[in-house]
Ligand binder design. Structure first.
Ligand SMILES: Cc1cc2nc3c(=O)[nH]c(=O)nc-3n(C[C@H](O)[C@H](O)[C@H](O)COP(=O)(O)OP(=O)(O)OC[C@H]3O[C@@H](n4cnc5c(N)ncnc54)[C@H](O)[C@@H]3O)c2cc1C
Length: 384
């Protein structure tokens, strides 16, 4: 794989590969099976500047481009997908602050986001508002200098370990279309009325907690509103482009892990007196895995490069996310197949890739929603 990475990106790739080989792969399965939060790895990620990697340097960030971010997410996910999940919604929150926040908000929050001292995520989804996020029922009603927030959020990544969140809530609950009544707020977990609820048990994506969050008469100061009232949904859609690059890169990284484990195993495992890698049926699986991984990586880098040029990239990010997530699901399944019965056991990491891969076709917009986003944009571009 080459794309057209520059020296800095290549160097970053080498650094990330070394970190993942030395610090993540040897312990990932142990943490995952214990469903333990990866404290030591997260600490190292903070020291490496990953929590601020794509944030502007004037606010303490690393100033990296989105192609570099894709490299980081791919490499982390090759080791353990949950680590890329620690960064994802945290950086979406931080980017929304950088793009739409006031100067005071940027100076107050972004340097702390960059070091990881302030960490958190995005509070968009609700129990009855997933794909149809604009149907959310959480309200933020202004009373003088505060907004009073009531409602609950579902599936919130980093809810337990995070301390700051980007909340989406309705400031104008009767407004139609609904998304125009939604605003975005920086929300400190320490505010009275903020409660982390049920920890949701999951198929994979272990280590990270995914929780409900309940907001009861939670007061948010007016100066925590991001940008303008009623524009929060638009802001989150821009951040989702970066979120989808993260998910696509996760798919590439995890599929690569499945491929690399499988090609090694196929040359070691003997049946019928020879390595199973000699069988064409196995070779074809490996060939398909490697080919589709390359294709997914190119789509991901292309979307990231477009975002780097400051261009709209919802189409490219949607395509990359859709293709990479479905490719990863297939690659993880083939990884198990190549490992035979052993692939179905906890003795090999492919069973983890298989469980984790499924999330990628659901989170950050399901495959069905992704196809809608792609088709809608194509119809705009090809309108007759
Ligand atoms: C582990 C995990 C972590 C998450 N982390 C976060 C987080 O940090 N913050 C956050 O805000 N959210 C988070 N989410 C929520 C995630 O983004 C949603 O689960 C996702 O958007 C899908 O919403 P839903 O689960 O309500 O599914 P639904 O919207 O109920 O969808 C169910 C099915 O119906 C299909 N469907 C829905 N509408 C249509 C349509 N119009 N046409 C065709 N098919 C349709 C879907 O594609 C899907 O197959 C997380 C989810 C998970 C599982």
């Amino acid at each position: 794989m080459d794309f057209t990475l520059d020296d800095t990106q290549r160097q970053l790739q080498t650094t990330m590969r070394r970190f993942v080989d030395n610090e993540v792969i040897p312990v990932a399965s142990e943490y995952e099976h214990a469903d333990a939060y990866p404290d030591p790895m997260v600490k190292q990620m903070a020291e490496m500047g990953l929590f601020g990697c794509i944030l502007p340097t004037e606010y303490g960030g690393g100033g990296l481009d989105y192609v570099s971010y894709a490299i980081i997410c791919e490499e982390l996910s090759r080791g353990w997908m949950s680590l890329a999940g620690v960064l994802n919604s945290h950086l979406m929150m931080a980017l929304m602050t950088c793009w739409y926040g006031t100067e005071v908000q940027k100076q107050t929050y972004v340097p702390a986001f960059a070091t990881g001292e302030r960490r958190g995520g995005l509070m968009l989804t609700e129990a009855n508002a997933g794909s149809d996020a604009a149907a959310m029922q959480t309200t933020a009603i202004r009373q003088g200098d505060v907004y009073i927030v009531n409602g609950s959020k579902m599936f919130i990544t980093n809810a337990e370990r995070g301390n700051t969140f980007m909340l989406l809530a309705k400031t104008d609950p009767t407004r139609q279309p609904q998304h125009r009544g939604i605003s975005a707020f920086l929300l400190d977990k320490s505010r009275p009325g903020f409660r982390v609820g049920r920890r949701i048990k999951k198929l994979g994506y272990k280590g990270l907690r995914t929780c409900e969050v309940i907001l009861e008469d939670c007061q948010i100061p007016r100066d925590c509103l991001i940008g303008e009232e009623g524009r929060g949904f638009r802001y989150v859609l821009s951040a989702l482009e970066v979120g989808r690059i993260n998910i696509a890169a996760r798919g590439v990284g995890m599929a690569r892990a499945a491929f690399e484990d499988s090609i090694r195993y196929a040359q070691q495992r003997e049946q019928f007196g020879q390595p199973i890698a000699n069988f064409q049926a196995i070779q074809f699986k490996l060939a398909d895995m490697a080919t589709t991984i390359e294709a997914a990586r190119l789509l991901t880098f292309q979307a990231a490069a477009k975002k780097d040029r400051g261009e709209r990239c919802d189409l490219e990010a949607g395509m990359a996310k859709l293709f990479a997530s479905e490719m990863c699901e297939k690659a993880a399944s083939e990884g198990i197949q190549i490992h035979g019965g052993y692939g179905y056991t906890e003795e090999f990491a492919v069973e983890r890739y298989y469980r984790d891969a499924k999330l990628l076709t659901v989170g950050e917009g399901t495959s069905e929603v992704q196809r809608q986003v792609i088709a809608r944009r194509l119809l705009e571009l090809y309108a007759i």
